[in-house]
Design a protein around this ligand. Structure first.
Ligand SMILES: Cc1cc2nc3c(=O)[nH]c(=O)nc-3n(C[C@H](O)[C@H](O)[C@H](O)COP(=O)(O)OP(=O)(O)OC[C@H]3O[C@@H](n4cnc5c(N)ncnc54)[C@H](O)[C@@H]3O)c2cc1C
Length: 376
């Protein structure tokens, strides 16, 4: 359904990315990718869809130990521990998977993104792939977010030692990304223009073929499903874009290993909460930005702002997220505190200054939801 890739003249290229350095620019290649609005919204929609089909979703529940018959789980809010019994257990804890099941050997690789203000990069109407000097097939991506921010990333650096809950961003990563950016752009960009930075750890599988100390950038991104001697099924590696296939393979393995009865897999035709055909989405009476983020639920989010104009306003100047979205996240998306609202339901928290400015609005959304828990 996407247009075919095509070449662009130098003039067209500069029209889409005025900040590109004109010297030596011979044109561009236009292709289509990266249309995910916000991965936090995808994950939230996925959890809610699972809940609608009978899943029990518990946040703040840390698995301390796994075996084929269940898990020892700690409630991170109260510190209480409890044993959960299960007919089958899947370990899908990403880069942390090796901490729960022995014999899972990972080579974590840090991917860092910078956050810049769109206005500092000219009016970018497309993302950019900037070749990394001296590398054959590696690029730094410049990804406009449509919310006044642009992400620039990402690095691929092996990480040794323990796996932190939230990886830190070293200054060397920031310097590297800025250098690549400045190799191609005609705008002065320095450390002060970096308004935020974040990193994630890729759970790359350390297969025998990769174990010779090669670069993490060269390790396969394919996923693997491994069943331990105790019967715990681990799914690891992979991509966000292949999440359904990963889940299907993991559940198939779990069903097989425990001899469980199961109906045929339905994931190929199961829509997420809020999904609909483009024609139906186009007819919804709500701002387009909300439709992109909430699909068919956008009118309900929009209605909160219509009922109370305070909720229709952005919670931080220069960033589009409104109070209505925060309230929606508490009432319908299981957000429990300011961190959930600013870091895991919206992306406000990627810029520390914006996070600070939005804390009061997040607190207000939590209070409102507590005062009116049954409101629509
Ligand atoms: C920097 C970076 C860039 C990427 N870029 C892309 C891309 O462009 N395209 C793409 O398709 N994919 C990309 N990926 C890959 C994609 O993010 C992963 O494939 C995907 O997140 C894997 O999902 P997962 O559910 O297996 O693991 P995760 O998303 O890591 O989820 C694991 C979850 O388990 C939880 N957890 C951990 N330990 C415990 C415990 N003991 N008890 C309970 N819960 C626990 C964690 O809190 C986490 O929520 C990228 C990954 C990184 C790190």
């Amino acid at each position: 359904t996407l247009p075919a890739p095509r070449t662009l003249s130098p003039v067209e290229t500069r029209h889409m990315a005025p900040a590109l350095r004109p010297t030596g620019l011979r044109g561009g290649l236009l292709s289509w990718d990266g249309r995910l609005s916000d991965d936090a919204r995808l994950v939230t929609a996925l959890a809610r869809t699972a809940a609608a089909h009978g899943a029990r979703v518990l946040t703040r529940a840390r698995a301390l130990r796994l075996d084929g018959d269940g898990a020892l789980v700690r409630d991170e809010l109260t510190g209480g521990e409890t044993r959960v019994r299960a007919r089958t257990v899947v370990n899908a804890t990403g880069v942390w998977a090796g901490g729960l099941v022995g014999d899972i050997r990972l080579r974590p690789s840090r991917g860092t993104h910078l956050v810049l203000r769109s206005e500092d990069l000219g009016s970018l109407t497309a993302g950019l792939h900037i070749p990394i000097p001296g590398e054959a097939n590696r690029f730094v991506l410049v990804l406009p977010q449509g919310d006044g921010r642009v992400y620039v990333g990402l690095t691929d650096e092996p990480v040794d030692g323990g796996i932190p809950d939230v990886p830190e961003v070293p200054e060397t990563d920031i310097g590297f990304l800025l250098d690549v950016l400045c190799s191609t752009l005609d705008v002065p960009l320095g450390r002060d223009d970096v308004i935020g930075a974040f990193a994630g750890l890729r759970p790359l599988l350390d297969t025998a073929a990769d174990a010779d100390g090669g670069r993490t950038a060269d390790i396969s991104r394919k996923h693997a499903v491994l069943t331990s001697a105790e019967g715990v099924v681990t799914v690891v590696g992979g991509k966000l874009t292949t999440y359904r296939r990963m889940a299907q393979d993991a559940v198939d393995a779990a069903v097989r290993s425990r001899g469980l009865p199961a109906a045929p897999c339905r994931t190929a035709s199961l829509p997420l909460v809020g999904a609909a055909r483009p024609s139906r989405l186009a007819a919804l009476e709500a701002p387009r930005r909300l439709v992109r983020r909430y699909g068919t639920e956008a009118p309900a989010v929009h209605a909160l702002g219509l009922a109370d104009p305070d909720l229709a306003r952005p919670v931080v100047p220069g960033h589009p997220v409104t109070g209505a979205e925060l309230l929606w996240a508490v009432r319908h998306e299981g957000a429990l505190d300011e961190g959930d609202l600013l870091d895991r339901r919206t992306r406000i928290g990627l810029v520390p200054q914006d996070r600070e400015a939005a804390l009061a609005a997040a607190g207000e959304a939590l209070r409102r939801a507590a005062d009116q828990p049954t409101a629509p």
